[in-house]
Write a protein that binds this ligand. Structure first.
Ligand code: AHR
Length: 514
């Protein structure tokens, strides 16, 4: 490890001497803005492929540390990055999920079909109590997506009473008999998922009426205020957003969701491989990832029209890169590898969310384990942490800190006749007065010598971390799980102008200053 650091330091130091791109980032430490809600760093666990079954929830015979059937090496890894919330049970699965199938004696639970994801058998051994136990072990808040597609207001109402009511009722009695006399106090409550698609193929005018009806019975039991989240638009469906904002008053929804996935080729039929792609496809991926900025600006403009006080949160509860599945795996399981490109997508997207934290107060990467842009991949007893995982580890310093305004003066990354900004950034100040700056260099070949100008604020660098790799498609494998890992980084100097830092191509750097 030491030799690795020395080698990287030498290579980078020598480049200070040769010519390289230069950039300036200003950080306005004196004017902190909105709090960056820790819930922007949320995750998603659907009954899909090997996320729950053979992911979080494993066969008793598997020789790894377990709590019941919950896999503890995963729990420990998620605890370390301070996962603030976990969304469950879907996704599309949520709109066919009958919560009663997943409570009571596991041996008596019905066997059902997961018709959205591969038509596989669902034994319902992982249900409400198991999910809430998982959240407790991770130390995160549950975010439950209620069934609107094939459910009923009655069934949803009962689920909430079962979860949250303190007093005497048949449902609280049942909860007690199932081993949990105390109410769970679940707060984040989604009403429908992708109601414009797998969640019922509704038109927005119909959805808003249904939402209003369902939310009416989503009761606040025993002093626990539900944060009700409406199923918002797909990508750039501005009409859906407009209809929801116009027809659902702010007191009826804590938030409204937005779903946007980065598809490398832009073609859902042939999305592109997770590991085998050229520079054109890398560039296109990053261009599509940066589109999140435009989506947020335009959806927020609509929200501002109806809710200028910003009471309603924008909840990007599905985002991430979606590629073709790994060759030879079940197409319905959405298992994909995760490369340095994924890390750059994560770092860039989280910078965008941080910079929109006055409206974006929650987000959920899809999905936590073995599905889409995962944090963790498993293969029997083996487990690996992906480059994306390390971005969440490096960025956790922004959770609940105050956003600091930034500007960037930098060159572009030009590919053929298109260009995107080489750098993106976000900065925050935490309760101890520490300033954290996270910078992403998307350029595939140029290192960028960057001055961080904090005006008259004099700060010392306390630590710096770097995640980079030679190739955008480098990844961690079960044979070599540590190819892309963060290193502590020394290529910066404090000058009278500010902090000068060298940003290698394809890199994410997080600096801590005090
Ligand atoms: O995350 C995978 C799927 O993508 C979810 O189930 C659905 O909501 C979305 O279309």
């Amino acid at each position: 490890m030491k030799t690795q650091i020395l080698l990287i330091s030498f290579l980078l130091l020598s480049s200070f001497v040769r010519g390289e791109q230069r950039a300036t980032i200003t950080v306005d430490v004196a004017h902190p803005g909105a709090k960056i809600s820790r819930h922007i760093y949320g995750h998603f666990a659907e009954h899909l492929g090997r996320c729950i079954y053979d992911g979080f929830w494993i066969d008793s015979a598997l020789n790894v540390e377990k709590h019941g059937r919950i896999r503890m090496d995963i729990v420990k890894a998620l605890k370390k990055i301070k996962v603030p919330n976990l969304r469950w049970p879907g996704g599309c699965y949520a709109d066919e999920y009958q919560w009663r199938d997943g409570i009571g004696n596991p041996k008596k639970r019905p066997v059902t079909i997961n018709s959205n994801w591969g038509g596989v058998t669902e034994d319902n051994s992982f249900g409400t109590h198991e999910f809430l136990e998982l959240c407790e072990l991770i130390g995160c808040e549950p975010y439950i997506s209620a069934n609107m597609g094939t459910g009923s207001p009655e069934s949803m109402k009962d689920w909430i009473e079962y979860l949250n009511y303190v007093g005497k009722s048949a449902l609280t009695n049942e909860r007690t008999l199932n081993g949990h006399p105390e109410p769970y106090g679940v707060s984040f409550w989604g009403i429908g998922n992708e109601s414009w698609g797998c969640g019922g193929d509704m038109v927005p005018e119909y959805y808003v009426n249904e939402y209003r009806r369902y939310q009416c019975y989503a009761r606040n039991y025993s002093g626990n205020n539900l944060k009700k989240i409406a199923s918002g638009p797909n990508i750039d469906d501005y009409k859906w957003m407009e209809t929801c904002m116009q027809k659902i008053p702010a007191h009826m929804m804590w938030g409204i969701s937005l779903h946007y996935y980065t598809i490398p080729t832009g073609d859902w039929g042939k999305k592109g491989s997770a590991t085998s792609f050229d520079e054109n496809e890398y560039f296109d991926t990053m261009k599509r990832c940066l589109y999140m900025e435009e989506l947020l600006n335009r959806h927020e403009a609509i929200m501002n029209k109806y809710d200028p006080q910003k009471k309603v949160s924008l909840v990007v509860d599905e985002w991430g890169i979606w590629t073709d599945v790994e060759p030879g795996t079940n197409p319905g399981f959405l298992y994909q590898q995760n490369s340095m490109r994924d890390a750059l997508v994560a770092g860039t997207t989280l910078n965008i969310f941080n910079n929109h934290s006055d409206r974006v107060r929650m987000a959920n990467l899809a999905q936590a384990i073995n599905v889409l842009q995962s944090l963790v991949l498993t293969n029997k007893e083996k487990m690996l942490l992906t480059p994306t995982y390390y971005i969440f580890d490096m960025y956790k310093v922004h959770q609940d800190a105050l956003l600091l305004p930034t500007t960037i003066d930098a060159g572009n990354y030009i590919n053929e006749n298109e260009s995107i900004p080489s750098l993106n950034v976000s900065a925050s100040k935490d309760e101890n007065g520490c300033v954290h700056v996270s910078i992403v260099n998307l350029h595939s070949t140029e290192k960028i010598h960057t001055l961080i100008d904090m005006k008259n604020e004099k700060k010392k660098v306390v630590s710096a971390k770097l995640l980079t790799s030679k190739l955008y498609n480098d990844c961690n494998t079960f044979e070599n799980p540590s190819k892309v890992v963060p290193l502590s980084y020394g290529e910066y100097k404090v000058t009278k102008e500010g902090v000068e830092v060298q940003l290698p191509p394809l890199s994410v750097v997080v600096l801590e200053m005090k």
